[in-house]
Design a protein. Structure first.
Length: 163
């Protein structure tokens, strides 16, 4: 979709945890988060300071996330059974849903989706690796690589704790 933001893969990074026993809530990424800023590099480079609605919940070794990746409101469909393909794409295309497991080693987070709106994210061997940093109630994530190799134009996303 032309209005989609490449937040999909990056928000998965939120799924990691620094769950060390006795660690304070502000230094752990377990909990609920929302994206507050997305920085894109490469062609069309820009910073989006008001990304669409997002929610990522992290617990134990698993995560779940939903995102609206559109820079404008998605249309409400009066009757889905009568909607055109373009209307369906405009309403549902920018919506992302995903859940899976993750591993955190140092500041490197590896995510492995188990279920996702995008079937390619669930392909055998699919994974994403991100660099992550927690600073109080802010989590910063940067895409590094996936099963296809290094990410040519890394995206950085800042998330704020919502609980």
């Amino acid at each position: 979709m032309k209005n989609q933001l490449p937040v999909v893969a990056l928000t998965v990074v939120v799924l990691a945890t620094m769950g060390i026993a006795g660690q304070s809530q502000s230094s752990s990424i377990q909990g609920a988060w929302r994206a507050v800023e997305v920085t894109l590099t490469g062609p069309g480079a820009r910073t989006i300071t008001n990304p669409g609605a997002t929610l990522t919940v992290v617990s134990g070794k698993h995560y779940a996330r939903v995102e609206e990746q559109s820079e404008s409101p998605r249309p409400v469909l009066a009757d889905v059974s009568k909607a055109s393909a373009d209307e369906l794409r405009a309403a549902w295309g920018p919506f992302v849903g995903e859940a899976g497991s993750y591993e955190l080693t140092g500041d490197m987070l590896t995510t492995r989706p188990v279920v996702a709106k995008n079937p390619a994210a669930m392909a055998a061997g699919a994974y994403s690796v991100y660099r992550c940093k927690v600073d109080g109630n802010t989590l910063t994530l940067t895409t590094l690589r996936n099963q296809n190799g290094p990410v040519a134009n890394p995206t950085t996303i800042k998330l704020a704790r919502v609980e």
